[in-house]
Design a protein around this ligand. Structure first.
Ligand code: MN
Length: 239
């Protein structure tokens, strides 16, 4: 059975169709897989693991824990939208929380997994925000507020981020080839799988004479989809 990779589902109460598609995926395609890796931005936004009243969070964690209990290990990585997702939610999902990036051995092929936003180094404003959002002190301050205050603040940040994206070129918001190659060099030329840019593709990088495959996962805005990998290699499947 293959190992499956998904990212950038951006699950939100406002988009119930995608949630239904995801729930179906956990019960059909993912059931019986060797493992399911979720490489960030499972949720459109995340205000903290204590946001238990939100029915979406309960539905998603129930589906993932059922999948894990049925024998398919579930691995969760934070994205930029759900950077505050923590061990509390991961344990509700019976999932393992992953650092970004992380190396795994995939049927004998060294494979590096990442959300991918760290590679968009041409977007200087975003990288500044990324450092701010990942600072433990800033996270503590944010999480110390009431849930309602956090939701309000998150709405403001999302609106701001959407507005600033309108001003940016497509090239700036893609990964920077130099950043990709530096990452591959620092990890001894692995295969790389990431999401974030919403530009599903298979790229081939030549890094110091090593051919490195880079898979970019699709988002779940228009369609669902996943990357399936086994000993023979990886294939992208849109659903
Ligand atoms: Mn992202």
């Amino acid at each position: 059975m293959p190992t499956l990779f998904i990212s950038d589902l951006h699950l939100a109460t406002e988009r119930p169709q995608i949630t239904r598609q995801f729930l179906h995926f956990t019960r059909s395609t993912a059931a019986g897989a060797d493992a399911l890796y979720i490489l960030g931005d499972l949720f459109e936004y995340w205000v903290g693991d204590d946001d238990l009243e939100d029915p979406l969070n309960g539905t998603v964690s129930a589906a993932l824990s059922a999948l894990a209990d049925s024998g398919t290990p579930v691995f969760l990585m934070r994205g930029n939208r759900d950077v505050l997702l923590g061990t509390g939610f991961a344990s509700r999902c019976h999932a393992t929380l992953l650092e970004d990036p992380v190396m795994v051995n995939l049927y004998g092929t060294a494979t590096l997994l990442s959300h991918g936003d760290a590679l968009c180094t041409d977007d200087v404003d975003y990288q500044r925000f990324r450092l701010y959002a990942r600072d433990p002190g800033n996270q503590q301050k944010f999480l110390a507020q009431s849930l309602e205050a956090r939701r309000e603040q998150m709405r403001g940040m999302r609106a701001q981020s959407e507005a600033s994206k309108q001003q940016k070129t497509e090239t700036i918001m893609d990964v920077a080839p130099a950043a990709v190659e530096a990452l591959l060099r620092n990890h001894s030329y692995p295969r790389l799988i990431h999401g974030h840019t919403h530009r599903p593709a298979r790229h081939l990088h030549q890094v110091e004479g090593h051919a490195c495959e880079r898979w970019v996962l699709n988002d779940w805005y228009e369609t669902g989809g996943y990357l399936r990998c086994d000993a023979a290699g990886c294939t992208a499947v849109l659903t």
